[in-house]
Design a protein around this ligand. Structure first.
Ligand SMILES: [Zn+2]
Length: 460
């Protein structure tokens, strides 16, 4: 893709004031392990611990089949052999996803502020066990600047005490929902660079065969330099290639839900995420939710008010009730010209792209990858790769651009492991092993300091 204006100085202005984030929350290594007295199912209750920097305690790994015999052991290390736990101070919660709580914390290994996400109730039943394992594996799989990924996973306790999972990700300052409802001005440049990054991240996810299924402004994290990352994979799943297989319709926050899902279609694909992005694009322009309905039926009515009554061909996969509802109603002409009234930023180019995303029939909706080729996004691409990305770099003579501005995933995300997941206990062993193997040979492991007052509020 031609990239004119290379070397041009582009300043990415701060969008938010700096925020006061993060205090110490962790301790390093397994030194913070202690007996579970008074702490219930608290994590970090490790057994005999090794000095920081040495490989993980082997007892947790050796569980093997039927490892239920393992018993939490008392804390037996002489204090002199292990570093003392880092002091833990209260910190603040920064968000709540579909599942789990997120806190801002400080990594004691390098003082870096990061986000700590607790995945609770992992082992309640096989469904939650599978869901959490899928999200965990996805977070460890992702390698893309516009998709949130796991920087680390906290050391799990011995398998008998293993109830919750704690994942560390990069800490972002805000999300697009907070930005949209704030009084801060949002220029066309902001909108272009945000939309570019949303689609860039989405292209990567879809190329890995992953449907996000809950794209909404609150799941798009942003930093003061306008860097954006897609987060919260609690509802994400792998694409279903077999159209005869039914998929759940309990997906996507209603305002951003695609018409095919609203109409009870039993099989859907990546186009549902593109619809959500279209709604967000309009919301960025108008700073109000595009289709804000009280019920799924009203949601569908608002959509047809804008797009007009869909042709019969677009209703092929709809359930009987939804089809009857549309055919029973008055014939509506499209009223897409109202999109020009969203704001001054709603130019011909903007509305053209918007209308390619907000297409009723998913088969005719533009793909995330094709949307990136729309001329509306050229300036967003330029801005992103001139001063925000990590794939290009500057030399004395100017900017050296990457060969692939919008990379796809190197391989699809594999979920074949799910077939062998048949019981909660087996899931517990698999997840325990996955985390342990994921950490091996990497940095000094971290665990929670259960003595901390902040920890007690965190586990609630
Ligand atoms: Zn770049």
């Amino acid at each position: 893709m031609a990239f004119h204006g290379a070397g041009r100085q582009t300043v990415c202005g701060d969008l938010f004031p700096g925020s006061d984030l993060g205090h110490k929350f962790f301790c390093v290594g397994s030194s913070c392990g202690g007996p579970s007295a008074g702490l219930g199912a608290a994590p970090g209750l490790t057994g005999p611990s090794a000095p920081a920097g040495t490989p993980r305690h082997p007892t947790a790994l050796g569980g093997g089949a039927g490892g239920g015999a393992a018993v939490p052991q008392p804390y037996s290390n002489p204090a002199s052999e292990v570093p003392s736990p880092a002091e833990m101070e209260p910190d603040r919660p920064i968000g709540y996803g579909a599942f789990g709580v997120v806190w801002s914390v400080t990594d004691p290994r390098d003082g870096r502020k990061v986000a700590l996400k607790k995945m609770p109730n992992v082992f309640q039943n096989l469904v939650s066990c599978k869901r959490v394992f899928r999200e965990l594996r996805m977070l460890c799989f992702f390698k893309h600047d516009n998709v949130l990924s796991a920087l680390d996973i906290l050391q799990p306790p011995q398998i008998d005490c293993f109830e919750e999972i704690y994942v560390i990700t990069e800490l972002m300052q805000s999300d697009l929902h907070k930005v949209i409802v704030s009084p801060q001005p949002l220029t066309t440049d902001h909108i272009k660079v945000f939309l570019y990054q949303i689609l860039r991240g989405l292209k990567y996810l879809h190329s890995a065969g992953i449907l996000h299924r809950d794209i909404k402004p609150g799941n798009l994290l942003v930093n003061s330099n306008c860097l954006l990352k897609i987060c919260d994979f609690g509802l994400a799943r792998v694409e279903e290639p077999d159209p005869s297989r039914h998929m759940t319709q309990e997906v996507v926050t209603q305002y951003y839900r695609a018409p095919e899902v609203l109409m009870g279609c039993r099989h859907y694909g990546s186009a549902i995420d593109v619809w959500s992005v279209g709604c967000i694009f309009a919301e960025l322009l108008g700073r109000r939710i595009l289709f804000q309905a009280q019920s799924p039926i009203q949601q569908l009515d608002l959509i047809t008010d804008l797009l007009g009554t869909p042709p019969l061909s677009a209703l092929a996969s709809a359930c009987e009730g939804a089809r009857a509802h549309i055919l029973r109603g008055p014939h509506k002409p499209p009223s897409l010209s109202v999109l020009y009234m969203l704001s001054d930023g709603a130019t011909h180019e903007a509305v053209h792209l918007l209308c390619r995303m907000l297409v009723f029939d998913p088969a005719k909706r533009i793909s995330g990858g094709d949307a990136l080729s729309h001329p509306y996004l050229d300036e967003g691409r330029l801005r992103y790769h001139t001063c925000m990305c990590r794939c290009c770099y500057s030399v004395a003579g100017g900017r050296v651009y990457t060969r692939d501005f919008e990379p796809a995933a190197e391989r699809p995300f594999s979920h074949s492991y799910e077939n062998s997941l048949l019981s909660v206990w087996q899931g517990k062993e698999l997840i325990h092993r996955f985390i342990t193997e994921h950490q091996q040979g990497k940095r000094v492991p971290l665990c929670i300091n259960p003595q901390s007052a902040a920890f007690k509020t965190f586990i609630r």
